[in-house]
Design a protein around this ligand. Sequence first.
Ligand code: NAI
Length: 483
Amino acid sequence: MRIAVAKGDGIGPEIMDAVLKIFDANKVPLEYEFVDMGKWVFDKGFSNGMTPEAKQAIERLGLLFKGPMETPKGKGVKSINVTARKTWNTYANKRVFQSLHGVDTVFSKAGIPIDITIVRENIEDTYGGIEHMLTHDVALSRRFITRPGSLQVIRYAFEIARQKHARRITCGHKSNIMKLTDGLFLDCFYEVAKEYPDLKSDDVIVDDLCMKLVVRPDTFDVVVLTNLQGDIVSDLCAGLVGGLGFAPSANIGDHISIFEAVHGTAPDIAGKNIANPTALLLSGISMLQHVGLTENAAIIENALLFTLESGVHTGDFGDKTKASVNTTQFAEAIIGNFGKSPELNPKPLVPNKPGTPAPLKLEKNAMMVSKEIGEEKIVGVDLFIASDEQPDMIAKKCQRHAGVKFKLVSISNRGTQVWPTGSVYTNLVNQYNVRFEAIDEDPLNQQDIVGLYVSLSGNFHICSSELLLMWGDKRAYSLAQGQ
Ligand code: NAI
């Protein structure tokens, strides 16, 4: 079985060499095709941080094992890590956070075991990086949450929960505020939950989730979240089990998957052979499990856990009164412990059953549509305008353009209604949302909207617009605060 390997930048090559040395010593039946990705590839002029040959190899092989990579700052290029995850639709980011014997934390000292799997949506949310300056003072980021994208990642999380014999699967969200986006994610969660009646499913608002994770992390098992919230909650969980040095990550897609550590290139310690390879090794172990090399995975993981239990540690963790070892020595200690089992939670030796990757050869992009649209009606439009005038003045001007088809129903600023009612204590910025709706609920068409847009553009600089839709009797847009 051949896989693509990118060593990465900073400490990447050191920790990747250590992990591959462990794999080789265990005769892991994998062949490596080394591909060119990372900072030095950006520096050579490849704007996405990878050579065309690297892209082809990864698409042919279906599996990428990667070290951390640096994205050059200030050159306007997008993160290579995010580009890779998005380009190949690795829609689920799985991160496993477990208490490890030998890695002291407040919880391990208190005898509270942690074994939390975070599944984070990996493509959507604000990570599209679709951002615009609407005025010099106002920046806008678009947040996409889609039904097919949510269903994909949530279904994966339920599968993981079932494999793990989880007691509980929890959806973290903020649907009390983001009723349409997080509300959609939460609806999808309970839709999928119906297919898994054997699992206890529940949901927690993300701020409450953070508090509960810090107070009683042992009550959580599998947690699924949208992208940004999942990113933050994962790092919180990394802190619970001893820091980024122990946080592995798997980016799972239907055709291509990427395994990497959560941490970055650690430029402050790069080149010194002192980095902790555990997170990358745990990611590699998860990759072995993914491709069915379960026996290799168990032997290596048992040896790692035994090594940690015995007090061997790199400089970033462990008993500071005992001398630390370097990256190479740490790898050698693990190799020396093959065949040994940790006192706590030894992994079962399940025979290898290799055979996953070989990605499907795709002829065209997959279109994901999960729900047929029922009756849809345009009932109005939100026009986002730049202006530093007061709401009453804006209303007066807007009403002149409303014509016979529209009425001005509301003006809001940063999401808070300031007209027809509002408060002078609401601070304003120079960008408003003016909402027009159809008079007498007459249906509108796109030409009506364009007509209004053209007319209003005589008075205002229009930054962007959104249609107001009704699906049957369901409103497909939010109300302004106070509307
Ligand atoms: P970082 O994770 O590289 O470092 C944060 C701190 O943790 C540093 O003090 C570092 O020495 C320490 N650290 C990290 N990994 C370690 C390890 N294995 N052993 C011992 N100590 C370790 O985060 P930072 O400094 O914010 O980012 C540095 C670069 O990494 C940036 O260019 C960033 O874009 C990139 N990055 C790449 C990621 C990826 O490839 N998936 C993820 C996160 C950051």
